[in-house]
Design a protein around this ligand. Structure first.
Ligand code: CP3
Length: 355
């Protein structure tokens, strides 16, 4: 394997010294980029991009070719590949988000769900990872990812996106045993899926717990964090002679950072509702932090973006352990020039915080 030419992302996740603060953006390959929209039109639709390793590789590399400041690549795929491999029948209605042909409603539905085999059932993702690693040729590390069991469960039980998680919450309180069985099957599936990605070449992994912050404090511990902990304890933590850092991102999890920091991950992703300096004080030396600029700041002019980057860097302060990111994914309406201004500002303004 080729040696990494830029490893500041992996170093910062392990709190090792860096020259400048590393940066990447959640959803960095996506609809705000005209080159992405052209590839999607050529492939036909979003899932065809995900399922064809050459296309997945092409769109993964597009933001890196446009922005030399990016310190990491993230596999182009989706969190809903797992429920699809469990037989739920994922499809995307244009402008309507994800949908499933089958919905999980009863204990019998859950008992019937298989645990997907990463090579046999999700081989297209494993092939995308190895293709991207080869094409990156050591430029920057490659991030693999999965959804958290709770977040995946919401899509499987609702049959798609939801505003209030009515069916999922009802199942949680009416039939906690059924919900636990579903989450346990998902935790097993996510563990082997992420280990498959690591074996195929992912150099760090992130778990997206997009909807964990929608739970009560007690339910979060029992139905989301406990399963992420289980996954973390089953992951391959060293590969190709290097540590494979694990990042947990619970959106709206700011109230629970102390307990998330105990889950065994190397880093926590933060949304923009937390103060970064305060979060650093709360988690201490346990974990690195990733985030946390409000993605809508990218609608403002480059000078305003730069000043917000400066404020966030100052809030973290001196030393390693911070990976700059947005607090959630970049949105389709963002001007690509503004994303460029954001990335440049992170490197230019952060050198003063590192020795
Ligand atoms: O970060 C990256 O660039 C890697 C690719 C990535 C995608 N989805 C591509 C995508 C990642 C990491 C995801 C994760 C994901 N997918 C999450 C968790 C993170 C988050 O943003 O909260 C969730 C909840 C999903 C499920 C999902 N996929 C939804 C709800 C949607 C529709 C909403 C939307 O943004 O359109 C998708 C589609 C999707 N996943 C797109 C992309 C680029 C847009 C599809 C298109 O091109 O039309």
């Amino acid at each position: 394997m080729t040696a990494l030419k830029n490893d500041r992302f992996l170093r910062a996740l392990l709190k090792q010294p860096v020259d400048v603060t590393p940066v990447w953006m959640m959803r960095q390959a996506g609809r705000y980029l005209p080159e992405y929209r052209a590839s999607r039109a050529q492939a036909g639709d979003f899932m065809s991009l995900c399922m064809n390793p050459a296309f997945a590789c092409e769109v993964t590399l597009q933001p890196l070719d446009r922005y030399p400041q990016l310190d990491a690549a993230i596999l182009f795929s989706d969190i809903l590949t797992i429920p699809d491999a469990m037989g739920q029948g994922l499809y995307f209605e244009t402008g309507e988000g994800p949908r499933f042909k089958k919905v999980v409603s009863t204990l019998a539905d859950i008992e019937a769900l298989p645990i997907p085999d990463p090579q046999k059932d999700l081989g297209y993702v494993m092939d995308a990872v190895s293709t991207i690693r080869r094409e990156l040729n050591g430029r920057v590390p490659l991030i693999g990812f999965s959804g958290s069991p709770w977040t995946l469960a919401t899509y499987m039980v609702e049959g798609g996106s939801s505003k209030d998680f009515r069916k999922t919450k009802a199942m949680l309180y009416d039939n906690p045993q059924a919900m636990h069985l579903l989450l346990d099957k998902l935790a097993q599936s996510v563990t082997s899926y992420l280990n498959g990605q690591i074996k195929a070449g992912a150099q760090a992994v992130q778990i997206f717990d997009t909807w964990g912050g929608n739970l009560s404090a007690a339910a979060y511990q029992e139905f989301s964090l406990a399963y992420m902990k289980k996954i973390v304890s089953g992951l391959i933590r060293e590969h190709e002679g290097r540590k494979v850092p694990v990042i947990l991102f619970t959106k709206n999890g700011g109230l629970w950072l102390e307990s998330i920091a105990e889950a065994g991950a190397d880093a926590l992703g933060l949304d923009w509702t937390c103060d970064l300096g305060n979060a650093r004080a709360r988690v201490g030396d346990k974990v690195a932090l990733q985030g946390n600029m409000d993605p809508t700041v990218l609608y403002a002019k480059p000078e305003a973006i730069r000043s917000e980057v400066g404020r966030i860097l100052a809030s973290y302060g001196k030393g390693s352990g911070h990976v700059f990111n947005l607090g959630h994914g970049i949105t389709p309406e963002v001007d690509p020039e503004h994303a460029g201004a954001f990335l440049r500002a992170v490197h230019e303004l952060s050198a003063q915080y590192h020795e």
